[in-house]
Write a protein that binds this ligand. Structure first.
Ligand code: SF4
Length: 282
């Protein structure tokens, strides 16, 4: 039976993107190919905030401190915290999902598979999870990805087949692609992969969500958008404010909403920040 290294598994309201406001189960897998230490920092500087967190002091993921700079889910990929993320079988994951769903089964809730980067090696494990009999009523899945990981042919075929109409509903897969701009601290040549993202749109509904704070970030987003469009990307473009903690989010949200309107792009909030302070498990 397939296993997945699970950083977090919780029930909350989706705070971002297309399904904002929808009650959702979040499966956060462990591992990422980036570090994104530039978020919330002056251009060209990298945060060391997460590096100062001493893993020896914490026995539970949810006890870890939140950070205001760098990747706000650092513990889902930093190897120093790997022991806080258990390797779980698909049966164990489904059992936990049934415990956290309010009716003990899927109704209208949505499944978000996030990370870290959920399209790394775990692609091979999702089939077992989604084929579990207690997952048969699940209608919608979003993969929250950084858009740099190709889908395997086997996984593509599986997701297309998973979306075949059922008696009472048509299941749908969404790829929410948070492509990283230079403000993340990562190199554009590695983060902007239109070839890969265009392939996702052959398999499911796909949109781009750029995390921005300034006009300069938006200029980077527009430049990246042109690259995606030139490669044949047809989906929507969202701007979302930087800010994994409320003090940073509130500095940016109104300005980013204004910038989205100015450029005719969609605005995505981060509802988990004002609603739940973006604590672990929200
Ligand atoms: S891609 Fe996402 S999870 Fe990975 S380091 Fe960047 S912000 Fe964090």
């Amino acid at each position: 039976m397939s296993k997945i290294k699970v950083a977090e598994l919780f029930y909350s309201i989706q705070g971002e993107g297309r399904y904002m406001g929808v009650p959702s189960v979040f499966l956060r897998t462990f591992g990422c190919n980036f570090k994104c230490a530039g978020f919330g920092m002056p251009r060209g500087q990298l945060s060391t905030e997460a590096e100062q967190v001493d893993p020896g002091k914490y026995s539970k993921y949810e006890e870890l401190p939140l950070v205001s700079t760098g990747c706000d889910s650092y513990a889902s990929w930093d190897p120093r915290f790997k022991d806080l993320s258990p390797m779980l079988t698909s049966d164990a994951i489904v059992e936990r999902i049934m415990q956290i769903l309010p009716h003990g089964k899927w109704k209208d809730e949505h499944l978000v598979i996030t990370g870290g980067e959920p399209l790394l090696g775990w692609q091979r494990s999702y089939k077992d999870l989604l084929n579990h009999p207690r997952m048969s009523k699940l209608k919608e899945i979003t993969f929250e990805t950084n858009g740099t990981q190709e889908l395997t042919e086997e996984f593509e075929d599986y997701l297309l087949q998973w979306q075949m109409p059922k008696t009472n509903f048509v299941p749908e897969v969404t790829f929410s692609v948070s492509a990283k701009l230079p403000a993340s601290g990562e190199s554009r040549s590695e983060t902007i992969r239109p070839d890969i993202v265009c392939r996702y749109q052959m398999v499911g509904h796909t949109y781009l969500k750029f995390v921005v704070a300034t006009e300069e970030d938006v200029a980077d987003a527009l430049q990246a958008t042109e690259q995606y469009r030139n490669a044949g990307f047809k989906g929507s473009i969202y701007l979302m404010p930087v800010g994994g903690v409320e003090s940073v989010y509130t500095l940016n949200n109104r300005r980013v909403a204004d910038l989205a309107m100015k450029h005719g792009l969609r605005y995505s909030d981060r509802l988990q920040v004002p609603l739940f302070k973006n604590e672990w498990g929200t």
